[in-house]
Design a protein. Sequence first.
Length: 227
Amino acid sequence: MIKLYDVEVVEPLRVGGTEPDRLGFQSVAWCEGLDLIAVVGGDGNVAVFHADAPGENSVLTTPKNASARHIQWRPAGSRPPALLVADSAGRITFWASRDYRVNAWKIVGSLRLRPSVMAIGWTRDASILCAVLSHGELCVWRTSPKDSGELDISELDATGGKFGKSFDGPVACASIAPGGVSVDKVAVLTVMESTPSIVNVWHISPEGTTKFQRKALGSAELESDVC
């Protein structure tokens, strides 16, 4: 076994000027390969710090001070490090590090969605981004960095039209993770409000440059409600 870190808490991490208790953090995300950690504080702001220096953190404030709900790092191997933040106003903001510095961040892209985001995630190669919205819609975008550092984002249409983008009703909870044998596919899990004890599994893959395909892989019914 190889020792990696000595863990010592010098003082409580503060986010947005507040000192949270044990229930003060809503979400945590680890940036693979770069040892960066992002947390959503109890006040809805996002703090970013290096694992070696948890006392030195930068606070990312979402536009119009909407509370952050979901955070996701761009997958390992992407340079420079970038973090997406989905907030309570249905907005997705993309932050990128300036010159790989932990304490300097800039907005390189944004998306505006009216319904709230239930889950969001990248493919392994960071070329495709998926989001499940509360009213039951699946959104898929192709993303690529520009020479300027900004992020080029283009929405993909479903091969089945509106039917291919709809989960047929409000979503109670969802999860997205890289999936499949290819680096440009994701797996999506959904639980519908109408069937809270059933977990549905979907496979999402791009079709050409402008479309995506959603394929049902199956479902599992549990003894109790999931959400």
